[in-house]
Design a binder for this molecule. Structure first.
Ligand code: HSE
Length: 306
């Protein structure tokens, strides 16, 4: 195989209570990439369509993660990468992570799959670090593994794949404003009250248990963030109204997707997801902010070869 075309999906990090550790993978939003072997050695980004991102390999997250796997494998040929971006950078659904993960996944396939998913996450984290100036894998892991993942540790890297109940859908509202992950991290407190920590780790534990037991009601009671959301929600106009509307119309939970501005709702069943999306659309149309809404089943496969 000399060329591969792939779909690298958007992802939702944090999932309310699991800041920097929990994430899940979406199905209907994502970037496409074409990666091909070349005689010329090295990594060359030959095209970026959709958004204005650098072609220079060292300045492009897909390029930086590709260099990481390339340097490890040391093949006697090179790769060129075309990136067709659909996920807007700074949207909160893992745009940089999709680029970083897609390039390493595709190169690994073209090399004959020498590396495990865990190693691919490590390579992709190099690209993600360029974009967000921090090492976190909560978008990369669900993109590469699919479904729900928990980053148990980044040093040493340990990823847990969590089960995904069959009937889970996400509704994503993407207000067209940009929030830089680095900025959204800078406003977080360095210390949190013990009582908030107790509530938060109780919710993470019960969310994981809910996924293992298909307990949608427990999942709903676990989708609660008392640590990060109170600090970040002011960055997203109308956040509390969207959340109340989503939950009032049957969503199991609603929170900030990654560092925002996207807002995710998790629903049991497609019809509930459609009705939640419709009511959010009516509500957000009253703001001056352009927006997009997506409905997506949780993607249990992750990156797909097209
Ligand atoms: N866990 C990260 C954060 C995800 O919330 O800052 C960024 O997409």
């Amino acid at each position: 195989m000399n060329e591969i075309k792939l779909f690298s999906p958007a992802t939702v990090a944090n999932v309310s209570c699991g800041f920097d550790v929990l994430g899940f993978c979406l199905d209907t939003i994502g970037d496409e990439m074409i990666i091909r072997k070349t005689d010329k050695k090295g990594i060359h980004i030959t095209k970026v369509a959709g958004f204005d991102l650098p072609l220079q390999t060292e300045l492009n997250v897909a390029g930086v993660s590709a260099i990481a796997i390339y340097d490890a494998a040391q093949p006697d040929f090179g790769f060129e990468i075309e990136i067709y971006k659909n996920i807007k950078p700074g949207s909160g659904v893992g745009s940089s992570s999709a680029s970083a993960s897609g390039s390493v996944f595709g190169i690994n396939e073209l090399l004959g799959r020498p590396y495990s998913n865990l190693e691919l996450v490590k390579f992709a984290m190099k690209g993600e670090a360029l974009a967000s100036q921090s090492e976190h894998a909560d978008n990369i892991a669900p993109g590469i593994y699919g479904g729900f993942t928990l980053v148990k540790s980044i040093s040493p890297l340990e990823i847990l794949e969590l089960p995904c109940p069959d009937d889970l859908y996400a509704v994503i509202l993407h207000p067209q404003i940009e929030i830089k992950t680095a900025d959204a991290r800078a406003l977080l407190p360095k210390e949190i009250p013990l009582q908030d920590a107790i509530t938060q780790w109780s919710n993470v534990g019960s969310l994981v248990h809910a996924l293992h037991t298909n307990d949608y009601q427990l999942l709903s009671r676990s989708l609660n963030d008392v640590v990060i959301e109170p600090h970040r929600c002011a960055l997203i106009p109308g956040f509390n109204d969207v959340k109340n509307t989503a939950i009032g119309n049957g969503a199991l939970g609603c929170g900030i997707s990654g560092s925002g501005p996207s807002i995710f709702s998790i629903c049991k069943g497609e019809s509930t997801a459609k009705s939640v999306a419709a009511t959010i659309e009516i509500l957000y149309s009253k703001t001056e902010i352009p927006f997009e809404i997506y409905i997506s089943k949780i993607n249990t496969q992750g990156i797909k070869i097209l």
